[in-house]
Design a protein around this ligand. Structure first.
Ligand code: IPE
Ligand code: IPE
Ligand code: MG
Length: 240
């Protein structure tokens, strides 16, 4: 069936892949007289509602969240442990719901360095949702963009790939995101104007959207603002 012109427009202006740096949980907690741990709990709620909104209303095909960076190990052990605990406690239930919605989960990052219990729930979630054909939801946990590139290089060398065969397409397939397209829209909440080692390869030509809104406050209205901003961009990819 021929899509209506407004449906066509909607599709053309929507990003195929959105990636989000969920920053500002700690400052949000401070503003509300809560602990940083409670800030991360609120952050998880915000992630849940963002996933639903982008999936149900816009059918975004790829959504990738930055949840814990390779640099976040530098935080106090109690905070790191708290973040892992929150994630470990919600993931089974969350994965079951996402599975119902046809979402396929991906973990991006070094899984083997995470606590065993967390590794197990992540593996269960991946296994449960692996054949789903709806939204692909990437979760970057113990993720670093530079580490990802180094892991790809090691892998390529281990496989003995001849240098002349190494092009961008091949390299792409050795990244944690193998099979996912480049990021179209990269959102960072919390007011910092940097990418903090997130998807350095995949976001080389992304449109960036920075907002001062703290991650737990990032709601439907804020998502609409980001999508509207994206819609107004002119992507040239070096052309005219
Ligand atoms: C982002 O929020 C979540 C993680 C990095 C895990 P922060 O914890 O960095 O919050 P701020 O930047 O201190 O406000
Ligand atoms: C980036 O936020 C990492 C995540 C959101 C998981 P940070 O709060 O760790 O980044 P910096 O330290 O301000 O660059
Ligand atoms: Mg931060």
């Amino acid at each position: 069936m021929e899509a209506t012109s407004s449906a066509k427009e909607k599709m053309a202006f929507l990003p195929n892949h959105i990636a989000i740096i969920m920053d500002g949980n700690g400052r949000w907690a401070e503003q509300h007289g809560k602990s940083r741990f409670e800030g991360h709990v609120a952050g998880v709620e915000s992630a849940r509602s963002t996933i639903r909104y982008l999936n149900n209303k816009y059918h975004i095909k790829y959504l990738t969240f930055y949840g814990f960076s390779t640099e976040n190990w530098a935080r106090p052990e109690s905070e790191v442990g708290g973040i892992f605990r929150i994630f470990e406690q919600i993931l089974d239930k969350e994965a079951a719901e996402l599975h119902q919605e046809g979402v396929r989960l991906l973990h991006l990052g070094r899984l083997e360095e995470l606590p065993k219990g967390l590794q197990q729930v992540i593996n269960r979630a991946l296994e449960l949702t692996r054949n789903n054909t709806g939204m692909t939801l990437g979760f970057c946990f113990n993720y670093g963009g530079r580490t990802e590139i180094l892991d790809a290089v090691r892998h390529i060398i281990t496989e003995g790939i001849p240098p002349q065969d190494i092009d961008e397409k091949l390299f792409d397939n050795y990244l944690y995101t193998a099979g996912s397209p480049d990021v179209d829209l990269l959102i960072r909440t919390g007011g910092e104007l940097r990418i903090s080692n997130f998807l350095v390869w995949q976001a080389a030509y992304s449109e960036y959207y920075f907002t001062d809104v703290l991650w737990p406050d990032f709601d439907e209205e804020e998502i609409e603002k980001a999508l509207l901003s994206y819609k107004q961009r002119q992507r040239r990819f070096g052309g005219l």
